[in-house]
Design a protein around this ligand. Structure first.
Ligand SMILES: [Zn+2]
Length: 178
């Protein structure tokens, strides 16, 4: 009887001390320190996403640990985070693709092709302004039409993508032509 009890206790202890660590299926595309997370053991920020869910890897301590919460300790105002250069895109490790949060669907979805279409249109506007012909430019292309098309695409982007799209357009259109 005592033996059985001990055996059960042993099993319980085992389960308590070696919980099956779950492997991650995704991690944020940005590094943990960019979300102001640190190692909860040494307080350093020489850290990376651990291969295990809910953990970070500390290069200094050489351990997988839960880390501090950083910006995740409170509700995150997305627009504010975007201004600070913080994004919450996820890298889907299973399907090897970037996932972005869809405001309408309220879930993470593969990053839309709309975003790359938007970028192409912005580049076209820039080319037109610079008077560059060729590069897939059609005779009937005029700036107004392309801007209209890009506005239409813009509306289809997710909130996170919109913030990045604006940054992209700002950078491209204000670039000095050499
Ligand atoms: Zn550490």
């Amino acid at each position: 009887m005592t033996e059985l009890k001990n055996k059960l206790k042993f099993i319980a202890d085992q389960e308590e001390y070696t919980p099956e660590p779950k492997k991650r299926t995704w991690h944020y595309t940005q590094k943990p320190y960019e979300y102001e997370m640190t190692c909860d053991k040494c307080n350093g920020n020489n850290i990376e996403w651990s291969e295990y869910e809910g953990k970070i890897w500390c290069y200094d301590c050489k351990i997988d640990t839960k880390g501090t919460e950083g910006v995740f300790s409170g509700p995150i105002p997305i627009q504010c985070a975007a201004i600070l250069g913080m994004r919450f895109d996820r890298w889907d490790m299973v399907n090897k693709q970037v996932l972005t949060y869809d405001d309408e669907k309220k879930e993470y979805v593969p990053r839309s092709t709309h975003f790359s279409m938007y970028k192409q249109l912005v580049n076209k506007i820039k080319q037109l302004r610079d008077g560059v012909k060729g590069n897939g430019m059609l005779p009937g292309d005029d700036e107004e039409k392309i801007i209209e098309a890009s506005d239409e695409i813009f509306e289809k982007l997710s909130g996170d993508e919109k913030a990045e799209a604006l940054k992209y357009a700002d950078k491209i259109l204000n670039e000095k032509t050499t």
